[in-house]
Design a protein around this ligand. Structure first.
Ligand code: AVJ
Ligand code: FE
Length: 433
C-alpha cells in the first residue's frame, strides 16, 4: 500500500516504462492471484471476482498492453485486494495447515497446497515479488521523489581490509531443497553437485570497480563481450549502468536514485547492470561470473558439518544484522557490510543488497516437478534466461533464501541486479598460500 498511496491516481494508471505494468495493475494482480490460488483453489471457495482473471493473467497480456485494458481503478483495486485479504484470513482460520501426512504427489491438490501452509507462503512471496517489481517501476518513474527511507548502516571498520577474494573448497555439496516448506518448485528437489575449488569475490563488484572498467574503455572494446553482448551494447548504445549520467561540467558520474540525482558512490555495489555488462566486466578483470552451483555452494555449504544451510550465516531467519532486505533502505549498503551475515567461506552480502548475476541458464533440477502451475517456472527454463541469486534491498525476506532462484533476460537492467566475479582455483590452493 505504501508503494501505491504515495502517488496520485493518474500516476498509478500510467505506464512509466514499456517494461513495466501500471502500478494499479500490479496491485490488483496481487489480489487476483491470491483469490485464484488461495481462496478458490486451496480454500475451495467461489471467490470474489473470477471475471477479472483474464485482465490480471500475465500470460494473456504483455506488460506493454496492460494500460489499455479495462483495469480496476485505484480505489476499486484497493477495495478488491482488501476484500480478498479478508477472505484469505477467513480461509486460514478454517483450514488445516499441518505438514503433509503422505508424500506430496499422493495428496489431493488442495491438500497439497495447504500442507505446511505452502499456499500462504507462495502468495506472500508472490506479493513481495511484485512489491520489488513495483519498486523498480518507481525507480523508472520520472518526476520528484516520493519514497523515503533511512540510509543503510555505515560499513564496518574491517570493510577496507577484507581480502579481495575467498576460497571455496572443492567437493560435493547439497544444492536445492526438499524440506524448506515454502521453497518454490524450481528450488526442488535437493541433489548433490560436485563443485571444483574456486575463488569468489568477498563482496559484490562496486561502483568504484565498475568505473575503472568504464575508464579503461570497457564499453568500446569487443574483446570483453560475447558476440550477442557486443551486438547489444552497440544497438542499445550502452555506456554505463542504467540511471547513470556523466556530468561534463563537474567531470563526475551521477546516478538517479528514486527521483534524486547524486554523485555515484564508489563504495556501493554496482546495480542496474545487465548480464552482458556483468560478463564483460568479469572478462576485463581476468575473471568470470560464478556458476549458479558455485554461488549456492559459497552461500550454503558448511565445511564443518558438510551440510547446506538455509542462509550464509546459518538456519536462522534473516535479521537486520544479517542482510539488507525488505525495502528498509532504498539502496545497497556499502561493500563489506553485514559481517554477521558472512558465509563460512568469508563472503559477505550474498543475501540482500543486489541480485547477483550468475553464468548459468535457468534450468530444471533433476527430478523437477512443476507445482502448482507451469507458468511459475517451467515455461521459462532454457537458454533465454540467466539465473540471479541472493535477493536485493528491494526483496522481502519471505521471498529470499539460500536456495531461491530468480531469472531474467541477459539484457535486463531495470531490476536491482549487480554481480561478483570468480576464478578457478588450482587443486593445491588451500587458502593459506
Ligand atoms: C521470479 C521475479 C522472475 O516477476 O516475473 C511474479 C516472479 N511470477 N508473478 C517475475 C513472478 C509471477 C517472477 N520472477
Ligand atoms: Fe505475478
Amino acid at each position: 500500500m505504501a508503494l501505491t498511496d504515495c502517488v496520485d491516481d493518474a500516476d498509478l494508471a500510467a505506464q512509466h516504462s514499456p517494461l513495466m505494468s501500471p502500478l494499479v495493475w500490479d496491485l490488483a494482480h496481487i489480489g487476483n492471484q491470491e483469490e485464484l490460488w488461495l481462496v478458490r483453489e486451496a480454500g475451495g471457495r467461489p471467490g470474489l471476482r473470477p471475471d477479472l482473471d483474464h485482465l490480471y493473467d500475465a500470460f494473456q497480456h504483455p506488460r506493454a498492453d496492460r494500460p489499455a485494458l479495462p483495469l480496476l481503478g485505484p480505489d476499486q483495486a484497493r477495495g478488491y485486494v482488501s476484500r480478498v485479504r479478508a477472505e484469505t484470513v477467513d480461509v486460514l482460520a478454517a483450514v488445516d495447515t499441518a505438514p503433509a501426512s503422505s508424500p506430496a504427489p499422493e495428496l489431493e491438490r488442495a491438500e497439497r497446497l495447504l500442507a505446511d501452509g505452502f499456499v500462504f507462503g507462495m502468495l506472500a512471496q508472490h506479493e513481495q515479488q511484485h512489491d520489488e517489481t513495483m519498486l523498480a517501476t518507481h525507480q523508472l518513474r520520472r518526476g520528484p521523489a516520493v519514497l523515503e527511507a533511512p540510509e543503510p548502516p555505515a560499513a564496518p571498520a574491517d570493510a577496507a581490509v577484507l581480502p579481495s577474494e575467498v576460497l571455496v573448497p572443492g567437493g560435493p555439496f547439497t544444492m536445492g531443497t526438499s524440506d524448506e516448506a515454502w521453497a518454490l518448485d524450481n528450488e526442488r528437489p535437493h541433489h548433490t553437485v560436485d563443485v571444483a575449488p574456486f575463488w569468489l569475490d568477498t563482496v559484490p563488484v562496486t561502483n568504484g570497480d565498475y568505473l575503472a572498467f568504464i575508464a579503461a574503455g570497457g564499453y568500446t572494446d569487443p574483446r570483453w563481450w560475447t558476440e550477442a553482448g557486443w551486438r547489444h551494447v552497440q544497438e542499445a548504445g550502452l555506456e554505463a549502468p542504467l540511471f547513470w549520467s556523466y556530468d561534463t561540467a563537474a567531470g563526475v558520474w551521477t546516478r538517479r536514485v528514486f527521483g534524486r540525482t547524486e554523485p555515484v558512490r564508489t563504495d556501493e555495489p554496482v546495480v542496474h547492470v545487465c548480464w552482458y555488462e556483468a560478463d564483460a566486466y568479469a572478462r576485463w578483470a581476468g575473471r568470470r561470473l560464478p556458476t549458479e552451483a558455485e554461488w549456492e555452494k559459497a552461500a550454503r555449504h558448511d565445511p564443518a558439518s558438510g551440510r547446506s544451510r538455509r542462509y550464509p550465516w546459518g538456519d536462522a531467519d534473516p535479521g537486520p544484522e544479517h542482510a539488507n532486505l525488505g525495502q528498509k533502505h532504498l539502496r545497497p549498503a556499502p561493500a563489506g557490510s553485514y559481517p554477521a551475515g558472512a558465509a563460512p567461506c568469508g563472503a559477505r552480502q550474498l543475501i540482500g543488497d543486489v541480485w547477483e548475476w550468475t553464468s548459468s541458464d535457468f534450468a530444471a533440477y533433476p527430478g523437477f516437478e512443476a507445482f502448482p502451475y507451469k507458468e511459475y517456472s517451467d515455461v521459462f527454463f532454457g537458454p533465454d534466461y540467466k539465473v540471479l541469486r541472493g535477493g536485493s534491498f528491494g526483496a522481502d525476506q519471505v521471498a529470499v533464501r539460500g536456495t531461491f532462484r530468480n531469472w531474467d533476460y541477459p539484457i535486463r537492467r531495470q531490476i536491482f541486479a549487480g554481480f561478483r566475479t570468480a576464478r578457478d582455483a588450482s587443486p593445491s590452493d588451500d587458502g593459506r598460500g
